[in-house]
Design a protein around this ligand. Structure first.
Ligand SMILES: NC(=O)C1=CN([C@@H]2O[C@H](COP(=O)(O)OP(=O)(O)OC[C@H]3O[C@@H](n4cnc5c(N)ncnc54)[C@H](OP(=O)(O)O)[C@@H]3O)[C@@H](O)[C@H]2O)C=CC1
Ligand SMILES: CC(=O)C(=O)O
Ligand SMILES: [Mg+2]
Length: 640
């Protein structure tokens, strides 16, 4: 235990105290680092734990290095700072210093690289550690984009981005925000898929928490090893259905890391409030099990009670550590767990399944916008899905709900406008007994149909949605069939990454003779067909979850409700401009995403207040302005 300027530090309370200090200081400047060679549990350890403390202690804190040498309790300190009477006992070698000099440059939260001003270089012992030039944040962005563009291989660009995130967090986020359309495909789909496939080889430093079966019984303590304490959003995966790439086990970590970087860049959640988690219960991926560089548990997946117990311990440890209002986003779980987890924890925690709910909301928004181009109301359309899993049935249910709200027709009836095909063919009543529970509402009267093309010809959908994870399944025959009975066929190829997309933008436009209204989960470059350029939209839940999460946080919501998903869809659809429609776009450009997120957040928050699910009172008058004011900005802070 020791005191500094009236604040008492103990081994156990150190990190907690450090966060309190951070929270209480918005106008901080001298970045402070506390270093102790103990574990965060307060036990003597072999590693060192760094806890960042923005200096809120005094207005005039000098950026000098202060060392507090500890003795074993009760001992007498000798001239060397050691207690010879107790030298056989373990000690805690505390050092406490303002982050300055070399350590400041190595600290991603505070580092500004060449943007440190002349004054900061003087006051923070940076002279000589940096070349003489001082450059602006904007010039740093330009320079970094130049370097990133030099890499031809997307994975190299991804690694350069990850290195930057670990070197200079604010530059990383400014780069991403200022160049979102160019960099989204790098930090997110499709490149993040490749990164997960190679995560074992490219793993350098922890970007999130790995919670494996080895941590069973200790998850509460493991959470304390994460340096940040005030967590608002957790994205968690167990790696079993990573994009359309299948079971990538522990290497799925790239997904929570990527999603959370979008929470910050697109939704303005502070990076320190984001926690990526990968639950490792093993993998059934033989290639990974035999890969010497695999980083996860080398065993087949635990299931049943063993799985449920680990998840249960995790969910309750989260609540114990971070409280009732931390948002837990389930991501890329396999459907045999995803629906059950959402149902199980939906009544006790603030949970959101992005694949089921976020995808539903983004697709509904795209459809609402598409109706401006094709006419008719939702209930006048007929829907066919290829893929009846999380994404497919999640979207179908939200569309049916919206149709029911618009028309007053019961949900059981509106569902009849929606047809689904899985790997065994069209979902029909005769298959009912064998169907998983989430497919049953979609089993309608029809003779069995095996092939998609035959289902298209028989059902004659106006809207075709791919959510199968099976690449190139919208064949020429399928798209041509859609174009024979639809003037403007609406075709969504949602599966990620690009390799798994049900068709390409070029396929959709050329096979439909330029008449398709097309959107895809991973981006495609504009396509030229018959002398005209067609730009397609990206139907990806990245439009929804950042703003949705922000809305939950600013209202202090305690539960997610379907009506919040519906208003999020409306908010997104409202952001599509006439100019976008004229280009055939049904989503607004990602370059406006922070404004879009603020609108989504405002509508979600308003709905939370209306439903009595908001706890942050009183309700702000202008929720859009409030949402915007809460958003993290990557602008550099100046250090005194
Ligand atoms: N754009 C976006 O924002 C999002 C995109 N996705 C993408 O959607 C895809 C599916 O995800 P998700 O729903 O979670 O996965 P699921 O595993 O839950 O569902 C996949 C469904 O596709 C069916 N399927 C698989 N292969 C075929 C095939 N060849 N023909 C017909 N049906 C097939 C499966 O059938 P069966 O049940 O018989 O096995 C299952 O019903 C992924 O690629 C994912 O990346 C997901 C979320 C968001
Ligand atoms: C986008 C997304 O969440 C997925 O493909 O799983
Ligand atoms: Mg996902």
């Amino acid at each position: 235990m020791f005191s500094l300027n009236g604040t008492t530090f103990t081994n156990n309370s150190l990190s907690g105290v450090s966060r309190c200090l951070t929270q209480s200081s918005r106008r901080v400047s001298a970045p402070m680092v506390v270093v102790a060679a103990v574990s965060s549990n307060g036990k003597p350890g072999d590693g060192s734990v760094s806890v960042l403390v923005e200096n809120a202690l005094t207005e005039s804190a000098a950026p000098v290095e202060m060392e507090v040498k500890s003795t074993v309790t009760g001992g007498v300190q000798d001239v060397y700072g050691e207690d010879s009477a107790t030298e056989d006992q373990s000690i805690t070698p505390w050092t406490l210093s303002v982050a300055s000099g070399f350590s400041l440059l190595r600290n991603p939260h505070y580092n500004k690289g060449l943007a440190f001003s002349e004054r900061e270089r003087d006051t923070h012992y940076l002279r000589g550690l940096l070349p003489p030039v001082v450059i602006s944040h904007d010039l740093q962005v330009k320079k970094m984009m130049n370097s990133i563009r030099k890499y031809d291989v997307p994975l190299q660009r991804y690694m350069a981005m990850m290195d930057l995130q670990e070197m200079n967090e604010r530059l990383f986020y400014k780069l991403l925000i200022d160049n979102v359309e160019e960099l989204l495909p790098i930090v997110y789909t499709p490149t993040v898929g490749q990164a997960c496939q190679k995560y074992g080889s490219i793993f350098r430093r922890p970007q999130g928490l790995f919670i494996s079966l080895k941590e069973k019984g200790k998850i509460h303590e493991v959470l304390k090893n994460w340096p940040e304490k005030k967590i608002q959003v957790i994205v968690v995966t167990d790696g079993e259905r990573i994009l359309g790439l299948g079971d990538l086990g522990c290497q799925g970590m790239g997904i929570p890391v990527g999603k959370l970087s979008l929470y910050t860049a697109l939704g303005g959640i502070r990076p320190s409030a984001c926690l990526p988690v990968t639950i490792d219960v093993g993998t059934n991926n033989e290639n990974l099990l035999n890969d010497e560089f695999y980083i996860g548990l080398r065993q087949r997946r635990a299931t049943g009670q063993e799985y449920a117990e680990l998840l249960d311990e995790f969910m309750y440890a989260i609540k114990q550590n971070y409280g009732e209002k931390v948002l837990i986003q389930f991501e890329d779980f396999a459907n045999h767990n995803a629906f059950d987890l959402l149902a199980k924890y939906g009544t006790s925690h603030l949970v959101f399944n992005d694949d089921i709910q976020g995808t539903a909301s983004v697709v509904l928004a795209g459809l609402m916008a598409a109706l401006n181009l094709v006419g008719g109301s939702l209930s006048e359309h007929t829907f066919l899905f290829l893929g009846a899993g999380e994404a497919g049935t999640g979207i179908a249910e939200l569309i049916a709900l919206e149709m029911s709200k618009q028309t007053g027709i019961p949900l059981e009836e509106t569902r009849k406008k929606i047809w689904m095909l899985d790997s065994k063919g069209l979902i029909v009543k005769s298959r009912m007994e064998m169907l998983q529970h989430f497919k049953r509402p979609w089993a309608h009267d029809h003779e069995p149909v095996q092939e998609l093309v035959n289902a298209v010809k028989s059902i004659k959908p106006t809207i075709l949605i791919g959510s199968s994870g099976a690449g190139r399944t919208f064949t020429k025959e399928v798209v041509q069939a859609m174009a024979t009975f639809n003037e403007k066929p609406i075709i969504f190829a949602l599966s990620n990454p690009t390799s798994q997309s049900e068709c390409t933008a070029e396929d959709a436009y050329s096979w439909s003779e330029g008449r398709a209204i097309f959107a895809s989960g991973s981006p495609f470059a504009p396509v030229e067909y018959n002398g005209k350029v067609y730009a397609s939209g990206q139907a990806n839940n990245a439009y929804i979850f950042p703003g949705f999460g922000l809305g939950l946080i600013i209202s202090g919501a305690i539960r997610v409700h379907d009506d919040m998903l519906l208003v999020a869809s409306e908010a997104l659809a409202e952001q599509v401009s006439q100019e976008n429609f004229e280009k055939g776009l049904i989503y607004p450009p990602f370059s406006n995403i922070r404004k879009i997120s603020a609108h989504i957040a405002a509508k979600v928050a308003a709905k939370a207040y209306e439903l009595g699910l908001a706890t942050r009172l009183p309700q702000p008058k202008d929720l859009v302005a409030y949402a915007e004011s809460c958003m993290y900005s990557p602008a550099y802070r100046s250090y005194r």
